[in-house]
Write a protein that binds this ligand. Sequence first.
Ligand code: AMP
Ligand code: MN
Ligand code: MN
Ligand code: MN
Length: 280
Amino acid sequence: MEKIDLHIHTVYSDGTYTPGEVVKKAKEIGLVAISITDHDSVEGVEEALQAGREFGVEVVPGVEMSSDVDHDEIHILGYYLDFKKKEFLSKLDYFQKIRIERNERLFRRLEELGMPVSSEEVLKLAPKGVVSRLHIARCMVEKKYVSSIDEAFEEWLNPGKPAYVERERISPFEVINLILEAEGVPVFAHPFLSRRDDLIPKMIDAGLMGIEVYHSTHDEKTVKHYMEIAKRYDLLITGGSDCHGEAKDEVLMGKVDVPVSVLWELKKAKAKLAQRVREV
Ligand code: AMP
Ligand code: MN
Ligand code: MN
Ligand code: MN
């Protein structure tokens, strides 16, 4: 069976491989298509497309954007978006500014908690400047404040824990709209992690087109559950490993079975979207 992986991070956010390395490894493990979905950044897309042509791996332009509802985080993937669109890029700049501002408060909080981490130390792990809590967790492990990344999140960085600081809030509906404005296909990422199935109808009203049914945190039962939701609401099914290279315990690329038919349906959805854009 031909396999694909539509959820992969690179050094342009909190992954450890460059886009070129991702494509090369994808080829080695026999994936026919991948998507680069960095947090709030599309800077790695062009490089991935180029490597894709070189290695014969199809590359889908993508992004993963964070949003908030109540005390829950909702991540929205955007596929086949116009990653050169100026208005969209300036929105991503704004999202990155929000991250920087959140991180500064997070560093202050860690210092108060007796676990100082400097932005220089973190930036060594985030060469392209988009810093996530995963970088900060890795730094906390390096500095021996905690013994694992899991411990960093479970004891300190998760919502409700002492080092958690909120970002300026942006709603998933707004993010869905931004992705649509960039002519991308908006997809609810790893819904099991958010546990907010109740929001799906409202997100569909806002323009949500798909749901990430296959993901490294979804067991068989969860896949079945979201497959049913996808059918009920006529949503596109997508899937990926959420590989962060070597930043997590395991290199996940290609370790979630995603059938290539997912890509065909995604392409059809993009074509419909492009048609709608031409009509208005
Ligand atoms: P941020 O975007 O800065 O809020 O950071 C969120 C990122 O941290 C996610 O994209 C994951 O890569 C990572 N993350 C969140 N929770 C965990 C966890 N329990 N273990 C490992 N990584 C996590
Ligand atoms: Mn991440
Ligand atoms: Mn995510
Ligand atoms: Mn992700």
